[in-house]
Design a protein around this ligand. Sequence first.
Ligand code: ARG
Length: 477
Amino acid sequence: MDGQDDTQATWGGRFAEGPSELMLRFSESVSFDKRLAPFDIAGSRAHAEMLESVGLLSPEELTAIRDGLDTILAEIEAGTFSWETRYEDVHMNIEQALTHRVAAAAKLHTARSRNDQIATDMRLFFKDACARIDGELVWLMRALVTVADANRDIVLPGYTHLQRAQPVSAAHHLLAYVEMFARDRERFAQVAERANWCPLGVGAIAGSTLPIDRAFTARALGFVDAAGNPRVTRNSMDSVADRDLHIEFVSACALCGTHFSRVAEDLILWNTCEFGLVDLPEGFTTGSSLMPQKKNPDSLELLRGKAGRLHGHLAALLTMVKGLPLTYNRDLQEDKPPVFDAFDQTTICIQVLAGTIEGARFNRVRCAAAVADPNLLATDLADYLVEKGLAFREAHHAVGRLVALAERENIALPLLPVGEVKKICPAINEDWVQVFDLDRALARRENPGMPGPATVAGELERWRRELDGPATRPVET
Ligand code: ARG
């Protein structure tokens, strides 16, 4: 190439010198974008087929390009492909390798730019990543439902302000997490849906003068609507400049991270000696190098920590994009490390949370002791008074005074002498103690969304039906 090596084989025409070694190291992305190779090759294949269909490649050239791409993909999968930093990114590495083998490869970049190529690769990546995370979330939700089902008779204090509030079943508490992860699934599905538009063919910014067929490539790559109609992006400039999907995907990961961090925090608290409500599995805890008695909830602490890492990725992307003039700017190459790390960490976090939860054991005795605190049913006592005709505010005030009296007397609320109780609240009868029957209290909470045992059993049944399907884990990591 005019005396240069082939470092800038794809754009070296106007240059007399190649990039400095420092610049090569600084600007390369192949070290992290090579994972896009299967998508990049699929895109090249579809593009070549389209070029042939409109007469810009001969059938023989197409066959040579297709065979060449197949060989390269096989080498990449076998780990024998030689990735070169000097070729900068995944696109140029594959194009160079193909060019060295197949003369027709010089025509592959007809009506194509790395700008629409990377946009296409990433859309294919997002569709795949969302499907994989969805599979992992299903797995996690099934684990939560199984553990909830196995512990439906366990009741523990529910907390607000980390103060004991009202009794709930362990199953109801665990199903709260299932709801969160169900919304995460919806978010990933929405990202995949918005990813499902093909940018290939918009070129660098303004398309091409050549008679390409964008619908052909969209169809070949599976960018189609429910009826099978091809979906092509509608504005060439937006197609190469837009990074909304990256942000939305990482945002979905960050929010999922917030969810698994909250689950982790509950379990960390429940696992302390002070709470003692659960025991964590040894496989997901670690010991201390110094203190022999320790069994630390490291998996959960890491889940909490990784959520911070995911949030950081979202901030990085939002900041990177916000000041960029249309259209493509090289800044955008930096979008990939946060996206890939968000995918990898979200995936493994979901797996680790599922494993930790599957192995967690509720401590029946400690749960029963904690939930025996009668103050957890102080609100039920106020409801009892409402049934006796008091306005809720009056009832609340009266029960507050009773709680304060019991505290002063250092006695459990239901053990206050009924004579004393009647002095504060004449509407109370001898039957007031039945309010403190825990089973009865839960059984009275059977409206939709409440922790009554029948309602929770119905929810467990609903989730089991909804999550029913092949029990195979989709991600091979
Ligand atoms: N590696 C580049 C990236 O990820 C691909 C697009 C490069 N386009 C360009 N005009 N330099 O952003």
